[in-house]
Design a protein around this ligand. Structure first.
Ligand SMILES: [Zn+2]
Length: 291
């Protein structure tokens, strides 16, 4: 009985119903606990897992198109450089901003929206402990960031990306309450702390598929003005290569077919982006700038 008493330390083994009646039941219970724990760890720590709820990672059958997303900004200089790079190709991106960075650089958040790019929620503080957070912490990280973006840009985002991809069992209940859709990725470069763009670009290009989402970092969660040279070089390489291969670049809202913002925002500007506009599935020129 030692194993069972270790698993359920406050319940005397002999008091558990069926123990002693069904031979080996303690092993069945122990196995169930281990499976449950492994299942929860997988759901919480593996970014692409959908154990706790749905995550949009791309649209198969969308043709040669990819959505470009950027996390952890806004960055005092890099966010604008990235927008310039995208716009030179007629493309737009989706920027998942950290609330406290948005508060430090509100003009850049407004500029993202004004230039036709999209702003999403990446939590207020980008805590690495979100996988272990209880409901209250989860709610606050999400809702305070929503309010921060609303106050700065006049829109409540529709899209949410979890820091580092970690999730917890409370996350999806709060996302539903906040009217948010969880957005994942199909290809990421691990560029957050990278100094060499070569491996980052190769990782992205190896994983990217038509209809997928690429995740890069215009900012850094730990240091707001960290050098982003590697990410910008990576983006140039990726854009050049994918363009040569006939890909078009789009935003999460176009790929998903939903507006990037929730209606009912105070300024009454309901939907600044042609959210449900379908995109062509055949190779063609890059998307035109958003309205
Ligand atoms: Zn992040």
């Amino acid at each position: 009985m030692e194993e069972l008493e270790w698993v359920i330390p406050f319940v005397p083994a002999e008091d558990v119903f069926l123990l002693g009646i069904v031979p080996g039941i303690e092993w069945v219970i122990a196995a169930a606990v281990i499976v449950y724990a492994a299942h929860s760890l997988y759901g919480g720590l593996v970014p692409q897992s959908q154990v706790f709820g749905p995550i949009f990672r791309g649209r198969s059958g969308a043709g040669r198109v990819v959505a470009l997303t950027f996390d952890d900004g806004p960055h005092p200089t890099a966010t604008r450089q990235i927008m310039d790079l995208l716009e030179a190709r007629g493309a737009r991106g989706t920027f998942f901003v950290i609330g406290r960075h948005a508060e430090a650089c509100p003009d850049i958040v407004r500029e993202i929206v004004r230039r036709g790019h999209e702003v999403g929620n990446h939590t207020q503080s980008h805590s690495w402990l979100m996988a272990l957070a209880l409901f209250r912490k989860t709610r606050d990280e999400i809702e305070i960031c929503q309010e921060t973006i609303l106050k700065i840009a006049g829109h409540r985002p529709r899209f949410y990306r979890q820091p580092i991809g970690f999730k917890n069992p409370f996350l999806f209940r709060q996302l539903k309450r906040s009217g948010l859709v969880a957005i994942g990725w199909q290809a990421r470069g691990f560029d957050s702390h990278a100094s060499d763009s070569g491996p980052v670009a190769r990782r992205v290009l190896r994983k990217v598929r038509p209809g997928g989402i690429i995740a890069l970092h215009d900012g850094c969660d730990m240091e707001m003005d960290r050098d982003r040279t590697a990410t910008i070089a990576t983006l140039s390489t990726v854009l050049d290569r994918l363009e040569r291969e006939g890909f078009r670049f789009t935003t999460v809202s176009r790929l998903l077919g939903e507006s990037p913002y929730q209606s009912g925002t105070p300024d009454g500007a309901a939907q600044p982006h042609p959210g449900r506009r379908p995109f062509a599935v055949r190779p063609g020129p890059p998307d035109q700038p958003a309205a």
